[in-house]
Design a protein around this ligand. Sequence first.
Ligand code: NDP
Ligand code: 2IT
Length: 458
Amino acid sequence: MDTSMDTPPVFTSIDPRLEPVVESVLRRNPAENEFHEAVWRLLRTVGPVIRDHPEYLDARLVERICEPERQIIFRVPWTDDAGQVQVNRGYRVEFNGTLGPFKGGLRFHPSVTSSIVKFLAFEQVFKNALTGLPLGGGKGGSDFDPKGRSEGEIMRFCQSFMTELHRHIGEHTDVPAGDIGVGERELGFLFGQYRRITNRYEPGVLTGKGLAWGGARVRKEATGYGCAYFAQEMMRTMGSSLNDRTVVVSGSGNVAIYAIEKVHHLGGQVVACSDSGGYVLDRAGIDLDLLKEVKEQSRESLSVYADRRPGAEFVPGAKVWEVAAEVALPCATQGELDAEDAVKLADAGVQAVAEGANMPCTIEAVEVLRDRGVLFGPGKAANAGGVATSALEMQQNASRDSWTFNHTEARLVEIMKEIHTSCYEMSERCGAPGDYVIGANNAGFVKVADAMLAMGVV
Ligand code: NDP
Ligand code: 2IT
């Protein structure tokens, strides 16, 4: 991700009044390439609302929106199974609390840096605004690598992480959830330590909890389901649908698994998915029970899926985008689908790409897809179902209630449709009908900016 101003992408067109803001972000956050890119990608598209709202510039709103409210960086010491002391770094970036308590996941992966957490927190602000629910934006995590660690090591790491984090979070201040490397098991360890330290049973402090201890039905499925629903809504505008479509999905974690499940419910056929070691091709359609067993329960490599499934093939070290499909759902990580991959997908006849992950398509890939007339759903819209359902979990916790699966999924469907409509309508208003990047960025931005304006200089 090269976002240095010496080599700007070729398709730059930014409102000149915002250029100093971009320059200042680059200067004041040196070497934070992912964060630079996220800011750049947003600011180059919000010209339409900036033109309509000169008061934003007078109030220095864009500068304020690009500056996190608070950033917490802390030491996370823990002892491994061999008795050796290990030291990791923990982060929580509370980016913008205008619309509600800071809200966003925790990521445990060796690639986590201050830049990655800041870019994710920045994206989260506008994603959460698009849900229409009262949520501010934040993100956190650690460079801890859970791969190859025992359950005891993961528990001790989570306990140490929460020993610091607990003073910063709360139902009304900041509500973390899961992300890469953080699922129900890790959230259980985190919640247990929070309760022990504070002596308070406060389910509203974390979302993605287990059903037995304050969790909500559909939260586990919500991001993947929401992504499939968003793809379906985009396709409907072209008189098409997921029914009978061939689909490829990257990743085989939480988001990918439930995106595959919902594509299958909606009549599509997922023929390939991946993990960090390669991809599996299964022309008969991914066997979800086997995939869940291998990836969710045993936490093994996808190659084990191919070993156990007749007719499936594991292709090590390759990208899933070389498999021809009509719909592609990138659900693994940032920067995983580049211009070359986009050309391959377009040449093979892809009709729609919806981002289950955060910023998986490079800026150049998005341009290729747009030039080739492919429907493109950016992550802040297409994967907002996860955080939206987190808000439903907060709602159930606050009222000490527990909704049924069907009721919760019906709310998720409604929310995804509303997000789609607000992005589509904003794209029309901006003179770019069907450009969901323009639609999502302007619709999210205006919600945050108007609320900030109302609150004065904060
Ligand atoms: P998981 O940890 O459950 O799964 C991540 C998947 O992506 C795994 O299959 C993993 O492979 C693969 N992966 C991770 N990093 C890399 C990498 N550097 N290169 C190749 N493959 C990689 O995470 P989630 O499914 O929760 O998250 C996936 C994406 O979705 C992230 O971008 C996250 O920010 C985003 N997201 C998540 C939400 C949620 O509710 N969980 C909500 C909205 C967005 P392996 O199994 O080999 O590790
Ligand atoms: O990127 C995301 O939206 C998430 N990881 C989910 C955040 C949440 O608070 O549910």
